[in-house]
Design a protein around this ligand. Structure first.
Ligand SMILES: *[C@@H]1O[C@H](CO)[C@@H](O)[C@H](O)[C@H]1NC(C)=O
Ligand SMILES: *[C@@H]1O[C@H](CO)[C@@H](O)[C@H](O)[C@H]1NC(C)=O
Ligand SMILES: *[C@@H]1O[C@H](CO)[C@@H](O)[C@H](O)[C@H]1NC(C)=O
Ligand SMILES: *[C@@H]1O[C@H](CO)[C@@H](O)[C@H](O)[C@H]1NC(C)=O
Ligand SMILES: *[C@@H]1O[C@H](CO)[C@@H](O)[C@H](O)[C@H]1NC(C)=O
Ligand SMILES: [Zn+2]
Length: 457
């Protein structure tokens, strides 16, 4: 006898044919027990089986910073014919972890890691500043675009906020382009605008070298230029065209100066909390408060050296959890994201060994330990991608609201270039032919150069 007839919902006349009255009562009791058990189990399941990683099924996980393109340059001179992104490269003779300490990325592991959106970074070393930085940056933008077009089933070029989710829903990694280091602009607004036209959506204002208009984190608490007037013009133009401003790598003073003048939210694509580990690449508390006011985002860097300041032990996933929770506790869950820095560094925490590990981090955050904030599914979705999408959309709205503003036509002063190159120990202007060099007053520039030097920390 089935439960339906035992509960008297069907064929009541048949019951008397096959069962005594007592049997019916026993069956009803058994069926009720089974029913309650099933209900209890399904309620229990829906509570207990949610894992933090499941948040990555309802929102794209967007990582703010991956330097694979730089490895492509270093190892293959950007020859993609020799690169097998579709293969698991863990034990590859070129890309495996035992032969390459900065290699963490391939398609199988990105898929295992549930990565839904990725900024691929066009980076050229600071040694190219005042030399061939623009050409080298263009080559990196080119290799990123070629990589995306080579894997159309897995990657899709995305240049606006709305398309991140569209690409991700169709099973592809929303692939965005970033330029890391203001030296790649060669102090030119024209180059900034053309990068945008090539699909670049954020520019990190410096790498480890100062530009003539903004200081890098290497000045620590001091300053050489801070953000100059020309630097402010660059911020102004980035706001106007809709280029996201990335404050990772800049000095703490420049973070503050930019936050004071930007008309759009900013991002830190790969920086952690100075309050947890006092490395100048990390974001100090006063700046975190300003990020909250600005409605921006800090995408937490995993690099062992930035997350763990204790040299007598190895970094672990717990360190990254501590940075994420610190930022959340200080300024709220709306201003934190993920910027792993895979392929840009040579040491990652235990538990976050490569790009396949992000889901473990989300599981870990969800099972919060004593003293940690409670992460709901919605909170995890914000961390994964919702916060970044909000920032990106806000930057687009500011761009749209400024559409009547004409492009800025400022050219950096020759004197400023002269001083900056002199500071770098170069022979100023030796490799430049642009018009602005004609007006340089060498006597005046030499005097100013001596003055800027005095402030270096
Ligand atoms: C690029 O790599 C492929 C595959 O290894 C090789 O056959 C080809 O010669 C390389 N091209 C150049 C220009 O090095
Ligand atoms: C540099 O920037 C910091 C932060 O905004 C500011 O406090 C400081 O006065 C600036 N220094 C100069 C010389 O502009
Ligand atoms: C650094 O790590 C060691 C080894 O785990 C530990 O004994 C020590 O207390 C830590 N130091 C600090 C300042 O946390
Ligand atoms: C730290 O990591 C290195 C390399 O991953 C490993 O060889 C070493 O045993 C680790 N040290 C500790 C204290 O766990
Ligand atoms: C160059 O600068 C010096 C020092 O400021 C000044 O005395 C001199 O008049 C300037 N020369 C020209 C040609 O402007
Ligand atoms: Zn970096």
């Amino acid at each position: 006898m089935g439960c339906i007839s035992a509960l008297g919902m069907a064929e009541p006349s048949n019951i008397s044919k096959y069962c005594t009255g007592k049997m019916v009562y026993i069956n009803v009791a058994v069926c009720l027990a089974v029913l309650l058990f099933v209900i209890g189990l399904s309620v229990g399941l829906s509570v207990n089986t949610f894992k933090g990683r499941d948040a990555l099924d309802s929102t794209p996980l967007i990582d703010g910073h991956n330097d694979l393109p730089h490895n492509l340059y270093q190892k293959l001179s950007n020859n993609l014919s020799a690169f097998h992104f579709e293969k698991d490269l863990r034990n590859d003779v070129v890309w495996g972890s035992t032969v390459c300490s900065s290699c963490y990325t391939d398609l199988p592991r990105l898929i295992e890691g549930k990565v839904g959106g990725q900024f691929w970074v066009a980076y050229t070393a600071c040694g190219s500043q005042y030399k061939d930085s623009v050409q080298l940056t263009l080559r990196q933008i080119d290799v990123i675009r070629r990589l995306i077009h080579r894997y159309p089933a897995n990657l899709q070029l995305v240049t606006d906020a709305a398309d991140i989710e569209v690409a991700w829903r169709s099973g592809k990694i929303a692939s965005m382009i970033a330029v890391e280091g203001g030296h790649s602009l060669d102090s030119s607004l024209a180059i900034l605008r053309l990068y945008y036209d090539l699909g670049v959506r954020y520019v990190t204002l410096t790498h480890t070298c100062n530009t003539p208009w903004a200081d890098a984190s290497t000045v620590n608490d001091g300053y050489v230029y801070n953000l100059t007037e020309f630097g402010q013009t660059i911020i102004h133009e980035m706001n106007r065209i809709g280029m996201l401003i990335d404050l990772s790598h800049v000095s703490h003073n420049v973070m503050k100066e930019v936050l004071a003048v930007t008309r759009a939210p900013i991002m830190f694509s790969h920086s952690s909390a100075f309050g947890v580990c006092g490395n100048y690449r990390n974001v100090p508390d006063d700046v975190l408060h300003a990020v909250k006011k600005n409605n921006g985002i800090v995408m937490v860097n995993f690099y062992s050296v930035f997350v763990n300041c204790n040299t007598s032990r190895n970094a672990t996933m717990q360190d990254v959890v501590d940075h994420i929770n610190y930022i959340r506790n200080l300024i709220g869950v709306d201003h934190v994201g993920i910027g792993g820095d895979y392929d840009g560094v040579n040491s990652m925490p235990e538990g976050l060994e490569d790009v396949s590990k992000y889901p473990d981090l989300f599981d870990r955050l969800y099972e919060s330990r004593e003293g940690e904030p409670t992460w709901t599914k919605e909170d995890l979705e914000k961390l994964a991608g919702r916060n970044f999408i909000r920032v990106f959309q806000a930057v687009e709205s500011v761009r749209d609201s400024l559409s009547s503003e004409p492009p800025r036509e400022d050219i950096i002063a020759g004197d400023e270039l002269y001083i900056a190159q002199k500071n770098e120990g170069l022979n100023p202007g030796a490799c430049q032919t642009a018009k602005e060099w004609n007006g340089v007053n060498v006597t005046d520039a030499e005097q100013k150069e001596t003055r800027t030097k005095r402030h270096q920390a």
